[in-house]
Design a protein around this ligand. Sequence first.
Ligand SMILES: *[C@@H]1O[C@H](CO)[C@@H](O)[C@H](O)[C@H]1NC(C)=O
Ligand SMILES: *[C@@H]1O[C@H](CO)[C@@H](O)[C@H](O)[C@H]1NC(C)=O
Ligand SMILES: *[C@@H]1O[C@H](CO)[C@@H](O)[C@H](O)[C@H]1NC(C)=O
Length: 379
Amino acid sequence: MATPLVYQAKAMSIKLILIAIAIAFFAIILVAFNHNTHSQPIKNESHESVIIPLPGGAVGPESFAFDGSGGGPYTGVSDGRIIRWRENENRWVDFAVTSPERNGCEGGHDNNIQMEHICGRPLGLRFNEKTGQLYIADAYMGLLVVGPNGGLATPVLKEADGVGLRFTNSLDIDQRSGVVYFTDSSSRYTRRNYISVIITSDNTGRLMKFDPSTNKTTLLLDNLKFPNGVSLSQNRDFLLFAETTTCRLYKYWLKKPKSENLELITQLPGFPDNIKRNKNGEFWVGINSKRKKSTELLISNPWIGNALVRYIPIDFTKLYYRLVDLIGSNGMGIRLSVDGNVVEVLDSKRWKFVSEVEENNGSLWIGSVTRDFVIKEKV
Ligand SMILES: *[C@@H]1O[C@H](CO)[C@@H](O)[C@H](O)[C@H]1NC(C)=O
Ligand SMILES: *[C@@H]1O[C@H](CO)[C@@H](O)[C@H](O)[C@H]1NC(C)=O
Ligand SMILES: *[C@@H]1O[C@H](CO)[C@@H](O)[C@H](O)[C@H]1NC(C)=O
């Protein structure tokens, strides 16, 4: 049945008006708050908190990994390097890269964002404790692996089921079998445009597994809205994964029939990023920022986001950071029990744009996608 033309016209003009309002609103914010988010000083409220600056103008220590002997953390940063913290020398050293191309990769945050499809952008990291190899989920280069001495990583997977890995994000490893579980956050948008994934309610994300002993990749779930952090349970019976757009945590049961394997655990108060298991089998979920009414409006009306992304030539990811700064939303860490129930919510003013909370040897390591430092706090 055809919609009468007059209604179509009316709907069109309403959309245009809304788009105009959105442009005006965003323009005001852009002009009024044109500063770098990552260079703001952070108040040292706690005596137990240490701020460790990153080397060489890099930002965005997104995820951490510790090697088999507890060394590290290792973290991937905005210029494509994976660097390693040497605690006793109190400094970072270069460990690995995901792209052979290093020309023009340095030069600060804005340059890094322009270059990240060439230089690589390592996100999820995890060591295979038996082989000492570090597996890397790189947002542009797919799944890679590098030996215990680092250097240039070797590509393992660039596509799955005939669809390219466009935004490989997080991974975990079954330390017994060596199987790698990982997420590809979108088949449509790259990391650089990740706010577009959220505001258009993109549902092209996938949860997959890769078995190095057979080189076989298996699709576990598709049609996900920004699948992000993934973590295997201590008993290896389920995966916990975060869906960023919907602010949800899910369990994917590995030993149940397909019809029963997905279980919604909780709706979070903010946008979840990585999930890391501690040595007791509990999980830490990093929350980038709280979900506010304004973002609620965008998310429940994906046509607005689609129109904005299609017709308005601005960088929504950058804009988002300014907005979050403006409304002063801080990040959080949420601790879940072994079974995946929420047991603690850490809401710290010192934390912003939190990508990961990793507990290791009595400390919490707080990562972020925009900051130029790592925070280490006593548990
Ligand atoms: C925070 O305060 C503690 C104790 O005063 C100090 O040891 C630590 O270095 C401070 N961190 C920063 C980044 O200033
Ligand atoms: C764990 O922390 C203790 C002190 O807090 C330190 O002496 C030890 O070297 C650390 N272990 C590793 C593997 O870093
Ligand atoms: C998997 O692929 C790698 C790299 O292409 C190759 O070296 C290895 O032999 C393959 N393993 C199997 C079991 O096919």
